[in-house]
Design a protein around this ligand. Structure first.
Ligand code: FE2
Length: 195
């Protein structure tokens, strides 16, 4: 039996996860082509400095059955047109696996949706625990003025399917309406055909 040594890391609200960290993934606006409705606004922002949208700090838990992958996402504040900065969003490749998110700093929303167009939003703030049940795709959105910092944990063998969301989008967008977040229909959303 392979016995993994116990380990710990530490959350720093500015630095993300520090200490025992396997890797750090950064997404700039140039990495997020096609994600936002206003592609022209995105391209202009890329040309003007290409802001960092989010970072994921991954603890070194193995991506295999029995383990719990975990880490911290730091999603920066900002907007592309009226649309708030957000993560790409994904389904789990092993669809019957869940995830827990815990809000550490900042404010925002998670949008969750099934592959058949059922969608929900959940507000997230420091102290909020969000349970993402099996089969729900999920994306985080920062609707505040400061970084949205989230701790996450999911089964090590869950895997990620980013491609489906890349092609269908989410059924709803979260946009600023007179300075307040508003959940509106996504005109580009393409529902999948149930199997
Ligand atoms: Fe996930």
């Amino acid at each position: 039996m392979d016995l993994l040594e116990p380990f710990s890391s530490r959350v720093d609200l500015r630095e993300g996860l520090v200490g025992t960290v396997a890797h750090r993934l950064s997404r700039r606006l140039s990495d997020l082509r096609g994600l936002f409705l206003d592609e022209q606004a995105r391209a202009e922002m890329v040309a003007l400095g290409d802001p960092l949208v989010y970072e994921v700090f991954v603890a070194p838990a193995p991506e295999s059955e029995g383990h719990l992958c975990h880490g911290v996402t730091v999603l920066h504040p900002g907007r592309v047109g009226d649309e708030y900065f957000m993560t790409k969003g994904h389904y789990h490749q092993k669809s019957g696996t869940a995830e827990v998110y815990y809000g550490l700093a900042g404010t925002g929303l998670m949008i969750l949706q099934t592959r058949w167009g059922v969608w929900r939003t959940v507000d997230i703030a420091p102290g909020t625990v969000v349970y993402v049940p099996p089969h729900w795709g999920h994306r985080s959105i920062n609707t505040g003025e400061v970084p949205l910092v989230l701790l996450y944990a999911f089964p090590g063998d869950a895997g990620h399917d980013y491609g489906t969301i890349e092609s269908t989008g989410f059924a709803r967008l979260v946009v600023a309406d007179n300075g307040h977040p508003s959940v509106v229909e996504n005109p580009r959303y393409a529902v999948e055909i149930p199997p």
